[in-house]
Design a protein around this ligand. Structure first.
Ligand code: GLP
Length: 264
């Protein structure tokens, strides 16, 4: 596990975008696993800037989003569909038929629908680079505490904490969805490479548990310890609870010296 410590949230976004851009340049047909939330916004902004200034090309790439709220139609301003289109897809040259986001408006036979999402990922050749944020309770995607570490795409009941955390994105008094469709932890662990971003003090406890705590379904992100190619990119505030910060800096320096290809 590589832990990349950055001074600010802006630097986190810039570093994540640099890695996405370099994967895309190496393989224009990359399959990207994408995340929503406030954390990856800086990365999307930076990718848009690279598209405009350097012509970074998304036209052959494929994407699969992690999750979507149940009951929200794609044109609902609070849906993750809307978030992805307004913050990213509409500003770069992604091909519409290569974008995949779970359909939150879907209302019957969820397991068949979720299996179909899994099949689509497999037929695209699997995810090359998965981007993740982390919830205050350690969730990745919407894999709330107690999710099976082997879980696949499915309907998931949201915790009260997540509902409270995400209230800020909804108009006052609006009904907040109580479930979501999310890739499972097993689905996420199948990605060839994983980047997980975290910024701000509110994430310090979950980041520390994910990186230095035991692997446990109580903290979904701790399952990433099982994956051979995970990079945490975190700012100083989110790194606050880590006990081995100096060692992570040393690992990064030595990686630059001996195995710089791991950082591209
Ligand atoms: C939601 C999403 C997660 C995201 C998390 C953190 O619950 N399902 O994918 O990582 O929020 O969001 P934020 O980055 O806004 O803190």
């Amino acid at each position: 596990m590589l832990v990349v410590l950055k001074e600010s949230a802006k630097e986190v976004g810039r570093e994540a975008a640099r890695i996405v851009a370099s994967s895309l340049r190496a393989n224009p047909k990359s399959v990207l696993g994408l995340a929503t939330g406030s954390t990856p916004l800086g990365m999307y902004e930076e990718l848009i800037a690279l598209h405009k200034s350097t012509g970074l090309d998304f036209s052959q790439a494929t994407s699969f989003n992690l999750d979507e709220y149940l009951g929200l139609a794609p044109d609902d301003p609070q849906s993750f569909h809307y978030f992805m289109h307004s913050n990213f897809f509409s500003k770069v040259n992604f091909a519409a038929d290569k974008i995949h986001i779970p359909d939150g408006a879907f209302r019957k036979d969820y397991s068949a629908y979720c299996e179909q999402y899994e099949r689509a990922i497999r037929s695209a050749g699997g995810i090359d680079l998965q981007i993740l944020g982390i919830g205050r309770n350690g969730h990745i995607g919407f894999n709330e505490p107690n999710s099976s570490l082997a879980s696949r795409t499915r309907l998931k009941e949201l915790t009260q904490e997540t509902i409270e955390d995400n209230k800020r994105f909804f108009p006052q008094g609006a009904e907040i969805p109580e479930c979501a469709i999310t890739m499972g932890i097993g689905t996420i662990l199948d990605a060839r490479r994983i980047l997980i971003l975290a910024t701000g003090k509110s994430k310090a406890a979950s980041v520390a548990k994910a990186i230095e705590g035991p692997i446990s379904s109580s903290v979904s992100a701790s399952a990433l310890q099982l994956h051979p190619d995970v990079t945490f990119i975190i700012d100083e505030d989110a790194a606050y609870g880590l006990t081995q910060r100096d060692y992570y800096r040393r690992v990064l320096e030595l990686t630059k010296k001996y195995t710089p290809e791991k950082l591209t």
